[in-house]
Design a protein around this ligand. Structure first.
Ligand code: ZN
Ligand code: ZN
Length: 359
C-alpha cells in the first residue's frame, strides 16, 4: 500500500529530527519497528541513522521483510547482537541510542562487548509520543476493531444466564471476535462474576454465573494491528440497591471524565476529575488503578491518564476512560470506553451502551 509507506516515511522523518550526525538509533520493539517500516514480524531490529536505515531480521523473516518493506536495506542475521554490531560497525556511528526497555541485560552486555568504542544511551520516550497521536488510517483501524468487538459482545449477551461458566463466555466472545475478522484478541479476555469482579484483573475460571451476580467483561479485538479496549459490567437477573447506587457513581465518574476530554487538557486532570467524583461518594479508596491509557499498536501505550501526569492530550490521541470501584470479597464495577481525542471534545469509539444493564 503506497500511502502506508508515506506514513512510515513521515514517521521515520519525525524520529530522525532528534538524531544528530554520527548518531544512530537502535529499535527492538516489534510494534515500534512495524510503526516505522510496516514490517509485521515478531522479531528483528531496526537501525536508523541520519540518512540510512537497516532492517535486521533472521532467516525466517527475510522474504516477509522484502515484501512488506520494499526498497529497504535488509540484513539477515544468525545472531541478533552480532548482526547489529556488523551493521553499526559499517556506518561510522559515534553514538548509539537504544531502546533500553526492549533489550535484556544479557543482550545489553553482549552489545557493550561487541561495540566497545560506541557510547550507548537509552532512548527517551520520543517514539512513544509520536505513536500516541494517530492518523486517519490508524483511527479507522481502531474504530473497526471496536466495532468487531462490540458486535461479538452483543451476540454473547444472550448467552449470559445462570449456570453458564465465566470461561465459556470468554471463549464464546473470543470465537465471535475472531470469526468476524479480528486478527487476535487485544489481551486475555476477562469475564468475571460475583466476587471475582472485585479483582481488577480477574482470570475467567469455572465459576458459574448465578442470579443476582455482577458480571464484568473486559475485552477487545485487534484489526490491522490496532487494538480496542472496553469494559462492561452487567447484572445477571437483578441488581441490588447498593450495586445500583455504586454503578451510578462509577458511571458519573466515567461520564465526567469523558466530558472533560479535549485537546489541550493534561492527562492528570482527567484522572483527577474521575477520582474526585468517586471521592465525593467516599469510594476513591476502592479505585486502585489509573483512569486510562493510550490504545494503538499496543493495548497499553502512551499517554497514561493517571494521577499527576503532565502530558497534554492532543487531537488524534486514542485513550481509554475506565474508572472502577472494587469491594474486596463482594463485587467490583468498572466501566471502560475507548475514545478519540478531538480539538473540541472526544468521540467514543467503543459501541456498547453503558446504561445500567440487567441481562
Ligand atoms: Zn480493558
Ligand atoms: Zn484498558
Amino acid at each position: 500500500m503506497g500511502h502506508e509507506r508515506t506514513f512510515e516515511t513521515e514517521r521515520l522523518g519525525r524520529l530522525r529530527e532528534g538524531v544528530a550526525d554520527g548518531e544512530a538509533l537502535l529499535l527492538f520493539d516489534a510494534k515500534n519497528i512495524r510503526y516505522l517500516t510496516g514490517f509485521t514480524g515478531s522479531e528483528g531490529a531496526l537501525a536508523v541513522g541520519k540518512d540510512w536505515r537497516v532492517l535486521l531480521v533472521d532467516g525466517r523473516y527475510v522474504t516477509q521483510a522484502r515484501n512488506e518493506v520494499p526498497g529497504a536495506e535488509i540484513f539477515e542475521f544468525r545472531n541478533r547482537i552480532e548482526g547489529i554490531a556488523a551493521v553499526i560497525g559499517g556506518h561510522a556511528v559515534e553514538s548509539l541510542g537504544f531502546e533500553s526497555s526492549a533489550l535484556n541485560v544479557e543482550e545489553y552486555l553482549r552489545l557493550r562487548e561487541k561495540l566497545p568504542e560506541v557510547p550507548l544511551r537509552p532512548l527517551s520516550s520520543e517514539l512513544q509520543e509520536i505513536r500516541a497521536v494517530k492518523n486517519g488510517e490508524e483511527i479507522q483501524r481502531i474504530r473497526q476493531a471496536a466495532r468487531i468487538a462490540g458486535e461479538a459482545l452483543a451476540e454473547v449477551r444472550s448467552l449470559i444466564r445462570p449456570g453458564v461458566r465465566e470461561q465459556e463466555l470468554a471463549v464464546e466472545l473470543d470465537y465471535r471476535m475472531r470469526r468476524s475478522g479480528a486478527e487476535q484478541v487485544s489481551f486475555e479476555t476477562i469475564v468475571a462474576a460475583a466476587a471475582n469482579t472485585a479483582l481488577p484483573h480477574a482470570t475467567p475460571g469455572d465459576r458459574r454465573i448465578a442470579d443476582g451476580d455482577c458480571v464484568m467483561i473486559d475485552y477487545g479485538a485487534v484489526w490491522g494491528g490496532y487494538h480496542s479496549d472496553e469494559t462492561c459490567t452487567w447484572f445477571a437477573g437483578r441488581v441490588d440497591g447498593r450495586q445500583r447506587e455504586v454503578y451510578g457513581i462509577v458511571r458519573e465518574a466515567h461520564d465526567r471524565a469523558i466530558a472533560a476530554i479535549r485537546a489541550g487538557v493534561a492527562c492528570g486532570e482527567i484522572d483527577r476529575i474521575a477520582r474526585s467524583c468517586l471521592a465525593e461518594a467516599g469510594l476513591d479508596g476502592h479505585f486502585s488503578h489509573g483512569t486510562g491509557h493510550g490504545v494503538g499498536l499496543d493495548v497499553h501505550e502512551a499517554p497514561r491518564l493517571a494521577s499527576g501526569r503532565q502530558e497534554i492530550l492532543r487531537a488524534g490521541m486514542v485513550v481509554t476512560v475506565e474508572p472502577g470501584v472494587y469491594i474486596p470479597g463482594l463485587w467490583g464495577i468498572r466501566i471502560e470506553d475507548t475514545v478519540l481525542v478531538m480539538e473540541e471534545g472526544c468521540e467514543i469509539l467503543t459501541p456498547t451502551s453503558k446504561e445500567l444493564t440487567i441481562v
